[in-house]
Write a protein that binds this ligand. Structure first.
Ligand SMILES: C[S@@+](CC[C@H](N)C(=O)[O-])C[C@H]1O[C@@H](n2cnc3c(N)ncnc32)[C@H](O)[C@@H]1O
Length: 213
C-alpha cells in the first residue's frame, strides 16, 4: 500500500508547525528540574511507515486496539498511526509540555476536518507519564511507543523507572516499540523481531520491538 493520500493529509496538517520551537518555549516556562528529559524530536510519516509497515511488527498487531505514545510531542506519531493503522480504535498520547499538547489538539482538529472518525480516536493526556497508572482501563495500552533521543545525564534511570512500571502495570502481550534503546529486562520483555535501523532527521536510529510476557 502506498499511503500517498494519508501522507498528503499528514503533510498538510503539519505544514508550518515547528515542534522544536514549541518545545523550547514550553520548557522555558517550566521549572528547570522538570525539564531534564524533555528533548524534542519527532518521527516523520515516512519513518513511521518504515517502523510499522516494513519491520514485520504489523503481524503482531492483529487484534490489538489501543496504541499509546509516551511523550507524544506535537502528535505526529498519533496522527500518523491513526492514518497508517485504521485497526486501532484508541490512540493515546501522553505529553508533559503544555505547548506541545496545545499544538497536538489543533492538529487533531485539522484531521477532524478531513476525517472526523479518525480524529475522534485520538486523545492527549497533558502530564508526566511516570505518574500515570498504565493498568487503568482508560489507558491500558496494547501497543506502546517510546522515543527519547538523549544520552547520559541519568537517562538510564528514566528507562529503569519505565521498565519497573511496565513490569507491574502493563498487561501481558503488550507490544513495546522502543526507539534508540533496547529494554534491559529481556526475560519479561523479550524482543519479538530483529531490531530495525531507520534514518531519522538527526541520524540513524535503531528501533527495538518487545512484547511483555
Ligand atoms: C523525542 S520526543 C518524541 C515524540 C514522538 N513520540 C515521536 O517519537 O515522534 C519525546 C517527547 O517526550 C516528552 N516527554 C519526556 N519525558 C516525559 C514525561 N515524563 N512525561 C510526558 N512526556 C515526556 C518530551 O517533552 C518530548 O516531547
Amino acid at each position: 500500500m502506498s499511503f500517498e493520500k494519508e501522507k498528503k493529509i499528514f503533510d498538510d496538517i503539519y505544514n508550518g508547525i515547528n515542534g522544536y520551537n514549541l518545545s523550547h518555549n514550553g520548557r522555558s516556562a517550566m521549572a528547570p528540574e522538570d525539564t531534564k528529559f524533555l528533548i524534542y524530536g519527532e518521527a516523520s510519516f515516512a519513518e513511521l511507515l518504515t517502523i510499522i509497515e516494513d519491520s514485520g511488527i504489523k503481524n503482531e498487531l492483529n487484534g490489538l486496539t489501543t496504541f499509546c505514545d509516551l511523550g507524544s510531542g506535537t502528535g505526529m506519531c498519533l496522527i500518523g498511526t491513526a492514518l497508517i493503522c485504521p485497526y486501532f480504535n484508541r490512540i493515546i498520547g501522553v505529553e508533559i509540555v503544555p505547548t506541545l499538547c496545545e499544538s497536538s489538539q489543533k492538529s487533531i482538529q485539522q484531521l477532524a476536518k478531513v476525517n472526523e472518525k479518525l480524529a475522534a480516536k485520538i486523545q492527549i493526556i497533558n502530564g508526566n507519564f511516570l505518574k500515570l497508572n498504565f493498568a487503568e482501563i482508560s489507558l491500558s495500552p496494547d501497543v506502546l511507543f517510546m522515543h527519547y533521543p538523549m544520552h547520559g545525564g541519568g537517562v538510564e534511570d528514566l528507562y529503569l523507572q519505565l521498565e519497573e512500571k511496565f513490569r507491574s502495570e502493563l498487561k501481558s502481550g503488550t507490544i513495546i516499540i522502543s526507539a534508540i534503546r533496547k529494554l534491559s529486562d529481556l526475560k519479561t520483555f523479550p524482543e519479538v523481531l530483529p531490531s530495525k535501523q531507520i534514518q531519522c532527521k538527526y541520524g540513524n536510529v535503531t528501533i527495538f520491538f518487545h512484547k511483555k510476557l
